[in-house]
Write a protein that binds this ligand. Structure first.
Ligand SMILES: [Zn+2]
Length: 152
């Protein structure tokens, strides 16, 4: 089967998040056959919900769409390295492959910090592919924070 990246869709969700004044991060959950089950961006401020990260929203919506708490053989695309909370949720959801864009040394929990998937207590470890459209993802974040700094 031909590999089709859904990172462009995740980047579109990240841009939409920035337009809403949210940290520009976007996520997409794709079913085994390649169908997009869910896509969303950060909505932490909009919902006044510290857990409303793009990955959490996309995982929840995909689980509802499938009628199952397990997203077996589904893949997740996210523009930024997931934080520890989202990495935990990715494991619980049994995501098959995690594709992410920019690395996040500050709050990431996959290649940095908690390194959630590297612990024995993590019972499902996805295949991880990093650096997918990393430059575009990082540019979005940099521009967003530069704009915010200039606004204050
Ligand atoms: Zn997160």
């Amino acid at each position: 089967m031909k590999f089709v990246s859904h990172m462009d869709r995740a980047l579109a969700e990240a841009r939409a998040a920035a337009a809403r004044g949210e940290t520009p991060v976007g996520a997409v959950v794709v079913a085994p056959g390649g169908r997009v089950l869910a896509a969303d961006g950060n909505r932490v401020r909009e919902r006044a919900d510290p857990t409303a990260h793009a990955e959490m929203l996309a995982l929840r919506a995909a689980a509802v769409a499938l009628g199952s708490e397990r997203l077996t053989d589904c893949d997740l695309y996210v523009t930024l390295e997931p934080c520890p909370m989202c990495a935990g949720a990715i494991s619980l959801a049994r995501i098959r492959r995690l594709y992410y864009g920019a690395e996040d040394p500050k709050t990431g929990g996959v290649a940095h910090g908690a390194r959630v998937f590297s612990h024995r207590q993590c019972h499902h470890v996805p295949e991880v592919y990093d650096g997918i459209s990393a430059a575009e993802s990082a540019d979005l974040l940099r521009d967003f924070f530069a704009m915010r700094r200039n606004a204050t």
